[in-house]
Design a protein around this ligand. Structure first.
Ligand SMILES: Cc1ncc(COP(=O)(O)O)c(C=O)c1O
Length: 415
């Protein structure tokens, strides 16, 4: 594990990564598409489908009852917390589960802002997905706290960590920063940024939604007081999670029903949980742990090994993808951060991003177009009003054929 808490590119170190074996586990991949839309949500392996179906097939009950189906649901919740904790290196008792990262972030922002007042400060970044920006801006506005912005170097897509020295003060209450950009792939120096935040007594809220899909994560090593993730980005169902120290969660008091548990982490979870989907999350984590067939040890150790192998695989393919795009005179790529995920963002001369996506879709090459909620970043780049750009991202199940099909498709769009 790198000191940054997010795996360093392995530089082509040999792994036992067998992408053909991995692909065979995903029924949806058999439809013949090049699935390059993983950054917006991945496909799920059969094991996840089976786990969700199995939970329903066995009979499902709400928690708190005296009968077996109810006890199974309680066990599913506990298993899900253990699985997410293993994935990010957290404490199962600090895993808050919810519908998605955005909803959970609004919930945490409201709870944290209850302790803010006029003159306090919050630091957000121009690199982040809007789900790690707007909830903090709106919470700050309600409390009279001031917002300070970390800016992106638009030529490179980097979020320089040094700027935080000038942004932080003893009044800083929270620093919200992404572990990886969902469009440029930039992986900022989160550990350095969090260390600076802690030095002035601020809390850190790290958006790991994009990052967790692309390499091993150690939320503690990152210095993330809160680490947010979403299972649908890493082969699971639509379930979000925020992981924190249970002792920290215990200091917060979100709005809740009188009758719902006041324990941590349940205090932060509203209404009835999607129990069958939680079984799917557990299966997704098990799946990630087994991506590298040779990974051994505890589930956490297998996750670290498998995600490092998957990252190496992604970055090798990404080198081909990026070199191919950059060699095309009619293509402009955005972002060249030193540390990044395998996520390309580009425009094609003379064509709008939706038109590019349509032409590629006609060849069964699935990509995204638009701002992808990187609202501030696409605005700063000056491309948002013109439809932003096209995003093609690699995940652990993509192979060379997917890359070649994208490159062929884009080459065919030359004027
Ligand atoms: C980097 C990043 N952060 C946050 C989100 C929001 O996640 P969710 O859909 O779970 O609310 C996304 C979703 O695309 C994302 O890519």
């Amino acid at each position: 594990m790198s000191p940054e808490g997010f795996g360093e590119p392995q530089g082509g170190a040999p792994t036992n990564y067998d992408v053909r074996r991995v692909r065979a586990l995903y029924p949806a991949l058999a439809d013949g598409s090049a699935w390059l839309d993983g950054a917006a949500g991945t496909q799920v392996p059969q094991a996840v489908v089976d786990a969700i179906a199995g939970a329903y097939r066995h009979g499902i009950g709400n928690v708190g009852g005296a009968f077996p189906a109810s006890r199974r649901s309680a066990e599913l919740v506990a298993e899900c917390r253990r699985a997410v904790a293993d994935l990010v290196g957290g404490d199962p008792d600090g895993v808050v589960l919810g519908p998605n990262m955005t909803t959970l972030t609004y919930r945490l922002a409201a709870a944290l802002a209850a302790g803010w007042g006029a003159g306090d400060e919050v630091v957000v970044s121009r690199l982040d997905h809007d789900a790690n920006v707007r909830p903090w801006l709106q919470a700050a506005a309600r409390t009279g706290a001031n917002v300070r912005w970390a800016e992106v170097d638009l030529a490179t897509g980097e979020l320089p960590a040094e700027q935080y020295d000038a942004l932080l003060s003893p009044r800083t209450r929270l620093v919200a920063v992404t572990a990886a950009s969902n469009v440029l792939g930039t992986r900022p120096e989160v550990a350095a940024i969090c260390a600076k935040a802690h030095a002035v007594g601020a809390l850190t809220y790290v958006d790991g939604v994009h990052a967790a899909a692309h390499g091993p994560v150690d939320a503690g090593a990152l210095g993330a007081d809160f680490f947010a993730t979403s299972a649908y980005k890493w082969s699971g169902p639509h379930v979000g999670a925020v992981v924190a120290d249970p002792a920290l969660l215990d200091t917060l008091h979100p709005d809740k029903l009188a009758s719902s548990p006041d324990r941590v982490p349940e205090r932060f979870e509203q209404g009835t949980s999607p129990f069958a989907d939680l079984a799917g999350v557990v299966a997704a984590v098990e799946h990630l742990a087994s991506l590298d067939a040779a990974a051994a040890g505890t589930r956490r150790q297998r996750l670290l090994g498998s995600m490092a192998a998957a990252e190496t695989h992604e970055l090798e393919l990404f080198g081909v993808l990026l070199d191919g795009l950059e060699a095309m005179g009619h293509v402009t790529t955005y972002g060249k951060a030193a540390r990044r995920t395998a996520t390309a963002y580009f425009t094609v001369a003379g064509m709008t991003p939706p038109a590019v996506a349509e032409r590629l879709a006609a060849r069964k090459v699935n990509v995204w177009n638009g701002h992808n909620y990187a609202w501030e970043l696409t605005g700063a780049l000056g491309i948002r009003d013109a439809g932003s750009a096209v995003r093609a991202g690699l995940v652990h199940y993509n192979d060379r054929t997917d890359v070649d099909r994208l490159l062929d498709g884009v080459a065919g769009l030359a004027p």
